[in-house]
Design a protein around this ligand. Structure first.
Ligand SMILES: Cc1cc2nc3c(=O)[nH]c(=O)nc-3n(C[C@H](O)[C@H](O)[C@H](O)COP(=O)(O)OP(=O)(O)OC[C@H]3O[C@@H](n4cnc5c(N)ncnc54)[C@H](O)[C@@H]3O)c2cc1C
Length: 370
């Protein structure tokens, strides 16, 4: 039987970050069921480095976002991962929304997230496609190449002698203390024993925790976000990202760009009715033509010249929304029970927060094993 000190389930950005930061005096192995890292939510997002303006005071989302964003910029700089600190505007589209913008500004002051108040005339001269009432500018927001970031984490973990098993799925727990699990690699099952077991399995994490802890306490409900790509006439039209004020269920369809300059709209928030882990893959598809009208009318509030013909189908990402005993838990959950650690509800800003989440888990491992 294979033995290790630390066993991590899940090779998304968070699992990789944990693996990279496990103190190297401990042996560590990461299991990922796909042939390579980041094939699920970690490669289906806006690739935005968030500054930490939306989440409740004292929440893990706020703290990990603020610390994680600084660490991410440093990591990208030091390891030559492409990124751009392009900044972002949150816009009030109508004078009626200015009060909400002021409330957001007050929250950011309290959280010590830097911003500037921007007038309509100045912003519309910088980005003539926009029509707004007022805006806030957040200079610490940016974008990164998330694939290269994960690749750098993988490389660094391997250089430290840590192991990654691709095409290898966690199947079930066999024994506790020490943990013995059954895994399946290309149809062959075998056992692994570990002193610490970490569940960082993204969308599947709640179900895995329930099976390990023999409970039905944790539920992930799935909420998808879809993106359209704007046609090439929009390239170079926006120096910074453009966000509306946050909406009831999410940040609101926003305008982002990738490092190549192509511009996209999204994500929306669509609770995937009837979704479960077995049929979840079918929710990555949708009727893009039907959706164009909805996106266009929302974004026209701040970009009035947008036409449905400008939109080309993009991609879909799925958020794991955590419910505990039936109630929405809107923060990240990082818990440990003995030598078992799990990370649940790791939705946005999980990419931004990944290095900071990895550090928290590395400290937990240190305190458990020493
Ligand atoms: C639409 C959308 C937009 C977003 N935009 C942003 C953004 O701009 N900025 C930001 O900071 N965050 C953003 N996020 C959030 C961010 O993408 C996620 O929080 C982050 O990618 C989660 O990483 P993860 O490693 O926890 O999960 P995942 O990337 O889902 O990785 C989990 C891994 O576990 C593996 N796995 C599952 N079960 C098993 C098993 N039994 N055995 C082995 N392996 C298993 C899966 O294959 C998967 O690779 C966005 C999310 C969405 C959905």
């Amino acid at each position: 039987m294979l033995e290790t000190d630390v066993l991590i389930i899940g090779g998304g950005v968070v699992g990789l970050s944990i693996l990279e930061q496990v103190p190297s005096k401990w042996s560590a192995l990461l299991l990922e069921r796909h042939p390579s890292f980041g094939r699920e939510t970690s490669s289906r997002n806006s690739e935005v480095i968030h500054s930490g303006i939306y989440y409740a005071h004292g929440s893990k989302k706020t703290e990990h976002c603020k610390v994680g964003r600084n660490e991410l910029y440093r990591f990208c700089q030091e390891r030559s991962v492409p990124f751009k600190r392009c900044g972002k505007y949150v816009v009030a589209t109508h004078p009626d929304e200015e009060q909400s913008l002021e409330e957001l500004a007050a929250h950011c002051e309290y959280e010590v997230v830097p911003f500037q108040i921007i007038g309509k005339t100045w912003l519309e001269s910088k980005a003539p496609l926009l029509k707004v009432s007022q805006a806030l500018f957040f200079p610490l927001s940016g974008i990164l190449d998330s694939h290269q970031f994960m690749s750098a984490l993988e490389r660094s973990a391997k250089e430290q002698g840590k192991l990654i098993a691709y095409n290898t799925e966690f199947v079930r727990l066999l024994e506790k203390d020490p943990w013995v699990v059954e895994v399946c690699e290309n149809g062959k099952t075998f056992k692994i024993q570990s002193k610490v077991l970490i569940n960082s399995a993204g969308l599947s994490a709640a179900s895995i925790s329930n099976s390990i802890l023999n409970t039905d306490r944790y539920i992930h409900r799935f909420c998808r976000g879809r993106y359209f790509q704007l046609d090439s006439s929009f390239r170079g039209k926006f120096e910074s990202l453009i966000y509306p004020l946050p909406q009831k269920d999410g940040l609101g369809i926003h305008v982002t760009k990738d490092l190549s300059g192509s511009v996209r709209l999204g994500p929306d928030t669509d609770w995937c009715k009837g979704a479960n882990l077995e049929n979840l893959d079918s929710f990555y598809e949708c009727n893009w033509d039907e959706l164009k009208g909805e996106f266009t009318s929302f974004v026209r509030r701040f970009m009035p010249s947008l036409e449905p013909e400008h939109l080309n189908p993009g991609f879909t990402g799925i958020r794991p929304k955590l419910f505990i005993e039936g109630k929405l838990y809107s923060d990240f959950l990082v818990e440990h029970q003995g030598h078992f650690i799990h990370l649940l509800g790791i939705e946005s800003p999980g990419l931004t927060a990944s290095l900071s989440l990895g550090k928290e888990v590395a400290h937990l491992i240190e305190s458990i094993l020493q």
